[in-house]
Design a protein around this ligand. Structure first.
Ligand code: DOR
Ligand code: ZN
Length: 481
């Protein structure tokens, strides 16, 4: 008996990291069954005509803050994942700075249950790697974390940053698990000191935020983290790279063979210190949006592979929280999960990068570095049918009021873009179709930790870890030294 597909998408242009090609895609039981000529497709329950549209692997945003539980005025897992779906994003990794912060197995299990009930797209959950959770690494891995988040500097939620000593020990603990550690790479002591002095002298305007966190804050943190990762063999991912200066320690570490990857976000590529006057406190984000001269090197680093991933640091806050007069009281961050794809596609339309480059940064590379490839990140037989169907010619204007995040305030309001995700499919199911949220998609999203398969861990200097030097199994040896 001939197989009957659930859905066949005809006449679209399929995009991979290497090429674009005309093809049809057949989907069955949530997975891609076939990619090829229309006449080679099996019969289907349903067909979609994608003439003139591009079929992209759904974006994997490895850096979002959906605020659940803890801050319903900003976002929850339902609104955040709906916003993701409208932005062509089919998998998100949610950060642990919720209330309570995710740093033990019990909290993680509760968050998994909550997210499984509300999510419209697939998700992974991070746990905090800090002084309190060093001893809980294994229970968190067993509980299904996608990876760890280590705050080298304070930001929203004020998760304390571990000392360098504790960071080394934390890396030692995670290295043998093979999980990747995402870093908020800003050195706390530098920026706290500068912020205190700026406040003392009464600076309260938006640009004071940038003055408190100059590039060196990030550069020092990236370089130090790379040294600790090299020593321990821990895998690290530098989140939200904001400056040209960070690229040197990142490149050098890659050249030394450190398993280090990097990410940047649309706001560092497209906004600059010139936008502070227009946006006011809305632009306040950590790390800060910097001087314009950083933009070109960041683009070049994406193109040459120094930076691997485009993510958003989707960090929603309410209008009231973003419009306070004193910059030090404005909450840091803004929504982005829904606008990343249109913003980046606009740059593709301008010739800044190819559509294949974009797919590499938004889907292929995140899938690879988080152990989800080739289940996700590519449209080929056997892969999950996670597809963003996009009209690359459509010109439109971003309006915060029309976005699906609870937090309707961002620096992108009024921004002219070209490229619109029309339909978003998650494991074969339309979550958004013709720009309409489909009923019955709440709770469709699944945690991806079950399919995550990281390469074999490569811990280093294992005889010198905190665990090794304090081991009590060999009392006679200990007595001798
Ligand atoms: O500006 C930011 N906001 N940067 C971060 O790293 C955290 C985020 C948040 O959670 O609001
Ligand atoms: Zn973040």
């Amino acid at each position: 008996m001939e197989t009957l597909a659930d859905l066949v998408i005809h006449n679209g242009t399929v995009v991979s990291a290497e090429a674009t090609f005309e093809a049809s895609i057949a989907i069955k039981d949530g997975a891609i069954l076939a990619v090829g000529a229309a006449e080679a497709m099996p019969a289907a329950r349903e067909t979609l005509d994608a003439t003139g549209l591009h079929l992209l692997p759904g974006a994997i945003d490895d850096h979002v803050h959906f605020r659940d539980p803890g801050y319903p005025q900003k976002e929850d897992f339902a609104s955040g994942t709906v916003a993701a779906a409208f932005g062509g994003v089919t998998t998100v990794f949610d950060m642990p700075n919720t209330i309570p912060a995710v740093d033990d197995a019990e909290t993680l299990a509760a968050k998994h249950a909550m997210a499984a009930e509300k999510a419209h797209v697939d998700f992974g959950l991070y746990a905090v790697l800090g002084e309190n959770s060093i001893t809980r690494v294994n229970e968190l891995v067993e509980g299904g974390v996608i990876g760890f988040k280590l705050y080298m500097g304070n930001t929203f939620g004020r998760i304390p940053s571990p000392s360098t000593g504790a960071t080394l020990e934390a890396f030692e603990e995670v290295a043998p698990t093979g999980k990747r550690i995402s870093l908020h790479a800003e050195t706390n002591s530098i920026m706290e000191r500068r912020e205190a002095r700026l406040r003392e002298i009464g600076r309260t305007k938006p640009l004071a935020h940038l003055a408190a966190r100059p590039e060196v804050v990030a550069v020092e943190a990236v370089a130090r983290a790379a040294i600790l990762a090299e020593w321990t063999g821990a895998r690290i991912h530098v989140l939200h790279i904001s400056s040209a200066a960070e690229l040197r320690p990142l490149r050098e570490a890659k050249e030394r063979g450190v398993d280090i990857t990097g990410e940047t976000c649309p706001h560092y590529l497209m906004l600059s210190s010139d936008d502070y006057a227009r946006c006011g406190g809305i632009i306040r984000v950590n790390p800060p949006v910097r001087e314009k001269h950083n933009q070109e090197p960041l683009w070049a680093a994406l193109l040459d592979g120094t930076i691997d991933v485009i993510a958003t640091d989707h960090a929603p806050h309410s209008v009231e929280e973003k419009t306070r007069r004193d910059i030090w009281t404005v909450d840091c961050g803004f929504s982005g999960v829904e606008t990343q794809m249109p913003l980046m596609l606009t740059e593709v339309a301008r010739g800044r990068a190819s559509i294949c480059d974009y797919v590499r940064w938004s889907a292929v590379n995140p899938a690879k570095l988080w152990g989800l490839y080739p289940r996700k990140g590519i449209l080929q037989p056997g892969a999950d049918a996670d597809i963003a169907i996009v009209d690359l010619r459509r010109r439109w204007t971003i309006r915060d009021a029309e976005t699906h995040s609870t937090a309707k305030i961002s620096p992108w309001d009024g921004w002219e873009v070209q490229g619109l995700p029309l339909h978003t499919i998650v494991r074969g199911k339309f979550v958004v179709r013709d720009r309409i949220l489909q009923i019955g998609t709440r709770g469709w999203g699944q945690s991806v930790h079950a399919i995550q398969e990281m390469p074999t861990p490569v811990p280093r200097n294992v005889d010198q870890t905190m665990k090794a030097i304090t081991a009590t199994e060999r009392p006679s040896l200990r007595a001798a030294v």
